[in-house]
Design a protein around this ligand. Structure first.
Ligand code: F6R
Length: 364
């Protein structure tokens, strides 16, 4: 049931601190300050390359995962949307690790890609929310998300739980590759464990975000910008908005904007900027100046320090708690989900069952 929420999507957005904590519990030994993925019969230290395949929101989780795996484990990651993967005849050395990410575990393209990878003698790891699904059954290494059933067609809590699992996997791989000291691992674990509470703080801004929705609802086009792991979060924000509000939205790497999309910017196009303070912040701020110089109206999602530094002249700001860059994607998922939700409610769309979309896409 939806409980006291108007929609399943809203209920599922608000469940995130609990289900992310629940998911992390399966992968983190808090007392020891270690991550632990289930044991399996191949040696992670031998992994030289990871191939990630998924669709839609799960693909964006994979993009964040690529960032983490390369950063912490220094193992190169290839990533494809599943519908492209098989047909480009990817180079897969036998014994490589192929990682499939899916809420349903039934998405036809992702399942076909998994079987293709199996034929190419890849080790199959699967991050999946439905433990009885086809993908779960066909995995060598099953990494379940513990989001519970997701009813809203737009994925929310399954996504943040995927991120939690991918952060744990990246950390485990880094340890296996000898790229992390015990102290560094303890720090990562401590940051991961801060995520659920930080997500709760983000949820406290629900009313502020509802108040911003009327500024977005009349737009025909909306741009989302982010850098580093917040670039896939910009893509995810744009996907959420277009799925449930039917407003055309695009996510861009902030630095890529001047290579084309800047031509779209005028005072009719809201630009949502995801910019937690940190090493990439200043670069994104200079992209904001380019938007502003063309009359663009910015909604800045950042922390108090970021808003103090760059909030002036923005149409609106949404304040997130100050968090370590590692967990920023988990926290910044919340405002982009809520913004899409409130805009869709204003537009009167069918939030839980948007037109033309199915929860599980079982045809190619
Ligand atoms: C977006 C959404 C879709 C799914 C995609 C993959 O909100 O729900 O983009 O993420 O269809 O589905 P799964 O994860 O079940 O393979």
């Amino acid at each position: 049931s939806k409980g006291n929420h108007a929609h399943f999507m809203r209920k599922e957005i608000f469940e995130q601190p609990i289900v992310v904590a629940q998911t992390m519990q399966s992968y983190v030994r808090a007392f020891e300050g270690e991550v632990a993925i289930p044991s399996f019969e191949f040696d992670l230290s031998a992994v030289e390359r990871v191939t990630v395949v998924a669709c839609g929101t799960s693909f964006y989780a994979g993009m964040v995962g690529k960032y983490w795996i390369e950063r912490f484990a220094r193992v190169p990651v290839d990533i494809d949307v599943a519908s492209e993967f098989r047909y480009r005849d990817p180079v897969l050395e036998p014994g490589g690790l192929a990682l499939f990410i899916s809420q349903s575990g039934e998405t036809a393209d992702t399942l076909a890609a998994l079987r293709h990878a199996r034929e190419k003698e890849q080790r199959i790891a699967v991050v999946v929310n439905v433990p009885t699904s086809s993908m779960a059954r066909e995995a060598d290494l099953l990494l379940p998300t513990r989001a519970g059933p997701e009813i809203g067609v737009a994925s929310t809590k399954a996504f943040t739980c995927q991120l939690a699992v991918l952060a744990a996997l990246a950390t485990n791989l880094a340890r296996a590759k000898g790229r992390l000291t015990g102290e560094e691992e303890r720090e990562i674990v401590a940051h991961l464990q801060e995520a659920p509470e930080a997500m709760s703080h983000a949820l406290n801004h629900d009313a502020d975000i509802a108040a911003i929705a009327p500024l977005i609802a009349p737009a025909r086009d909306v741009l989302y910008l982010g850098r580093g792991p917040d670039y896939p979060m910009a893509l995810e924000g744009a996907l959420k908005l277009k799925e449930i509000s039917y407003i055309h939205a695009e996510g861009y790497a902030a630095g890529e904007m001047k290579h084309g999309p800047i031509a779209l910017i005028d005072d009719q196009v809201p630009v949502i900027v995801l910019a937690p303070s940190g090493p990439l912040f200043e670069k994104t701020v200079s992209n904001m100046a380019e938007v502003r110089a063309r009359g663009g109206r910015i909604v800045l999602i950042s922390d108090a320090a970021g808003i103090a530094a760059a909030g002036e002249g923005c149409m609106a700001t949404i304040e997130m708690p100050e968090v370590h860059p590692l967990i920023a994607p988990l926290v910044y998922a919340v405002p982009v989900q809520l913004l899409a939700y409130h805009v869709a409610v204003l537009k009167g769309t069918d939030v839980d069952q948007p037109r033309n979309l199915a929860k599980s896409v079982t045809v190619e």
